[in-house]
Design a binder for this molecule. Structure first.
Ligand code: URA
Length: 240
């Protein structure tokens, strides 16, 4: 693929802007400056450098973000900064056929929820991860206002009725991890589901953190507000 097309697909702007970046000496491949926008490269395993920052060529982008509190998962946030502002411009701008450009969050977390958020430009992956049929477990660490009672855990496991649906929703797993702490595993993704389930058993969520999706755990060394590419092993952990 021509270098200008490589940059274009990776979100560095229009083909004209990408050609300009290359001609003006901003781009290196395999340790050497390349100034010909039409220079051809095999994209398999390709890494290139733009203004000193190294990028792997990614046919599709899959990443995880440690979502900090006080951020919204919307592109048009109403009150708090968007999580998308935490990503570098090329990830926000990757061109897409027939949908909004850039990577999209795989489901949403509330503005005050922290933890593991996946983002991708692969629409089928988003669909698969969000499909209720796949039952991908999501693990939440919950801090509650009141001490957690055994009967509250029993009710969360047995199923509670939320006001928008007569079908009860139940936790796939639930355990107390402290006097006012719960670890709750859900396979669904209804609006405010954890907060509403905890409220339904007479308690209240004071803080909420997503620590795991499928077999993928939020890495302890990924600080709030930081992101990283998903490795093949991470994708396999999600698919397992
Ligand atoms: N459940 C909630 O109530 N909020 C979230 O952000 C995620 C799950």
């Amino acid at each position: 693929m021509q270098l200008q097309d490589i940059l274009f697909t990776q979100g560095f702007g229009t083909r004209r802007i990408c050609a300009g970046l290359i001609q003006q000496g901003h781009v290196q491949v395999r340790g050497g400056l390349v100034t010909d926008p039409a220079a051809e490269f095999d994209t398999g395993g390709l890494r290139f450098v733009v203004d000193g920052v190294e990028w792997p060529f990614q046919d599709r982008a899959y990443l995880m973000l440690h979502k900090p509190a006080g951020t919204e998962c919307s592109r048009k946030p109403s009150a708090y900064p968007s999580v998308y502002t935490l990503l570098p411009a090329p990830l926000r701008q990757r061109p897409q056929k027939g949908s909004a450009p850039g990577v999209q969050a795989v489901g949403r977390l509330d503005q005050d929820t922290t933890g593991l958020l996946l983002l991708t430009d692969d629409g089928q992956f988003i669909h698969r991860m969000n499909s209720p049929r796949r039952h991908v477990p999501k693990v939440y660490e919950v801090t509650t206002r009141h001490p957690v009672g055994a009967s509250q855990i029993e009710r969360l496991l047995a199923g509670v009725v939320l006001e928008d649906d007569p079908q009860p929703v139940r936790a796939a797993a639930c355990e107390a991890t402290g006097e006012c702490r719960l670890r709750l595993t859900l396979t669904g993704g209804k609006y405010h589901q954890v907060k509403r389930m905890v409220a339904a058993v007479g308690n209240r969520v004071e803080a909420l953190h997503r620590s795991r999706i499928g077999g993928l755990v939020l890495p302890p060394d990924l600080a709030p507000g930081h992101w990283r590419w998903l490795a093949a092993a991470d994708l396999a952990a999600l698919a397992a």
